[in-house]
Write a protein that binds this ligand. Sequence first.
Ligand SMILES: Nc1ncnc2c1ncn2[C@@H]1O[C@H](COP(=O)(O)OP(=O)(O)OP(=O)(O)O)[C@@H](O)[C@H]1O
Ligand SMILES: [Mg+2]
Length: 253
Amino acid sequence: MTNLVVTNLNKRFGGLHVLKDVNFEINGPELIGLIGPNGAGKTTVTNILDGAIKPNSGTVYLNGQRIDQLQPYQVARAGLGRTFQVTRSFRRMSVLDNLFVPALALNRGNSRAEIEEKAMEVLEFLTMAHLRNEYARALSGGQQKLLELGRLLMLDPEVIILDEPFAGVHPQLMKVIYSYIERVNDAGTAIILISHQMDSIFTLCRRLLVLNYGDLIADGVPDDVKRDPAVIEAYLGVEEEDTGAGKGGRAQP
Ligand SMILES: Nc1ncnc2c1ncn2[C@@H]1O[C@H](COP(=O)(O)OP(=O)(O)OP(=O)(O)O)[C@@H](O)[C@H]1O
Ligand SMILES: [Mg+2]
């Protein structure tokens, strides 16, 4: 069973203490929301978990293996993948080739035909099979997000972190992303969902972590977290301006 253990994570950028002794554990295929105001440290946690940056102190173990000092490709091999708040597809490659990259990088010995079969399954699921030969740069913003989700599926990860997957996505594509999250989770993958869209968080997640300027101020079931005075004061009780972009506000789907 998937076991992710984050212990006393600290991160400083110069004089800014961005993560302060953050501790949490994931056991099994949980679907967890990671929420908090802009600048709370959510993406920084993600960057540390996937190996993109190193913490100043603290450890991360995935299934007993220490991963906080590994490179991102090693972390992906260990079973943890993430999407980016700003999508990062290979813009000059076709959609299908974008899905080949992670599968080839992992080098699990699958044949080209096997990889292509899986890639087509992934594209069908994402309702993007008809786009397989398009350049990634020709896709809409929402479709680029779906492509990133597809690249994650190619890795068969045990834990995935989705950093604002709904930001800038139109309602039809949101439905596809919702169903992606539910299906991947049902199939046994633990998911950490970062979003400012509280409707999505409360619909999908069965546990919430709340970060407030580096402090993890709550970790529990949504009904308890919703009523937690510290969370209401720090985040949920504050009506921010609705930017419609999902970042910087509690934008609705
Ligand atoms: N590479 C960096 N160098 C300096 N400061 C950084 C760096 N990355 C993040 N920060 C700062 O760390 C803090 C936490 O940023 P982070 O991106 O983790 O927040 P977030 O919770 O993801 O916010 P948002 O909801 O806006 O995406 C912010 O004050 C940010 O400016
Ligand atoms: Mg962020």
